[in-house]
Design a binder for this molecule. Structure first.
Ligand code: ADE
Length: 242
C-alpha cells in the first residue's frame, strides 16, 4: 500500500518511522511519504492560507495550493483522499478495514479553520473517493494527529504487518461487536490481587466462556451503545443468561 500525507508540519509525522508502521516501511510492505504543502506554494512567503470569504475569525487554506499538491500526489482511481475534520462522520474499525483494501491513501491535513470546501468537491467530481472524517467528538489543532491515528489503525491490518494475525481476531471493535475481555499474565499474585482461577484451570471451554462473559459485561458497563447495536443473532444462548 502507498500512503501520502500532505501537511505544513511534516515533523509531526516523525512517529511513523517507529514501531510497526516504521517496520512496515523498511520491509517494503508500506510506501509512506510525507510532503510539505508549502512546496506547492507559489509566492515568496510560501503562503498557504487566506482570510475566510464572508468574513469571520481565522484563516482558510487556499484551494489552488492544495490542488497543485493533490494533482501531483494522487495516483489513480484506487486512491482514497482522506480529509481529517471534526465535522465529518466518525472513523471506525470498519473504516480502517475498508481503507486497508485501497491502493493508496492520501491524507490532506488542514490547519486553521480548514481547507476551502471546493477542494473536496473538485476531487469528488473528478471521481476520487473523498472521505472527510473525524476521529472523535473533540477539536484538534489540525489533521496531523488524526492522520497518525488513522494510518496506524489501517497499517496494522495490512497482511504481514502484525507477526501473529491471531491477535487481530479477538480485539475490541472487532467482528463480535464487543470490547475485549480483561487480560492477565504472571505473577499469579501481585499486590494481593490474583489472576482469576479459571484462567489457570487449563480448561479451554471454560476459559472461552469466561472471556465471552467478561466481554459482554464490560461492554454493557462501559459502552451500552455497542450492546444496543448488537444483532440478536450475535448472542448465543449462554450470552442471554449473562
Ligand atoms: N481536525 C481537528 N479536529 C479533528 C478531529 N476531531 N478529527 C479529525 N480531524 C480533526
Amino acid at each position: 500500500m502507498r500512503i501520502d500525507v500532505v501537511t505544513i508540519f511534516p515533523e509531526y509525522l516523525a512517529a511513523l518511522d517507529l514501531s510497526l508502521v516504521g517496520k512496515a516501511r523498511t520491509s517494503g510492505l508500506l510506501d509512506l511519504q510525507v510532503h510539505d504543502l508549502r512546496t506547492w506554494a507559489t509566492d515568496r512567503h510560501r503562503t498557504v492560507d487566506d482570510t475566510p470569504a464572508g468574513g469571520g475569525a481565522g484563516m482558510v487554506m487556499r484551494p489552488d495550493v492544495w490542488g497543485a499538491a493533490l494533482d501531483e500526489v494522487i495516483q489513480g482511481p484506487g486512491t482514497v483522499l482522506v480529509v481529517p475534520t471534526p465535522s465529518g462522520p466518525t472513523f471506525t474499525q470498519e473504516t480502517a478495514h475498508a481503507w486497508a483494501e485501497a491502493d493508496q491513501l492520501v491524507f490532506a491535513c488542514g490547519r486553521y479553520e480548514g481547507i476551502d470546501a471546493r477542494v473536496a468537491e473538485h476531487y469528488r467530481a473528478a471521481g476520487v473517493q473523498v472521505r472527510e472524517v473525524s476521529i472523535g467528538d473533540y477539536v484538534l489543532n489540525g489533521g496531523e494527529v488524526a492522520a497518525l491515528v488513522m494510518t496506524e489503525a489501517v497499517v496494522r491490518l495490512l497482511p504481514g504487518v502484525i507477526g501473529n494475525p491471531a491477535s487481530l481476531v479477538e480485539e475490541s471493535h472487532g467482528e463480535a461487536g464487543l470490547l475485549e475481555y480483561p487480560v492477565f499474565t504472571r505473577p499469579v499474585t501481585w499486590r494481593e490481587l490474583d489472576v482469576p482461577d479459571v484462567l489457570m484451570s487449563g480448561h479451554h471451554g471454560k476459559i472461552a466462556r469466561w472471556r465471552r462473559d467478561q466481554a459482554l459485561a464490560r461492554t454493557a458497563a462501559r459502552r451500552p451503545d455497542l450492546v444496543a447495536a448488537l444483532e440478536p443473532t450475535a448472542l448465543d444462548k449462554d450470552d442471554r443468561a449473562t
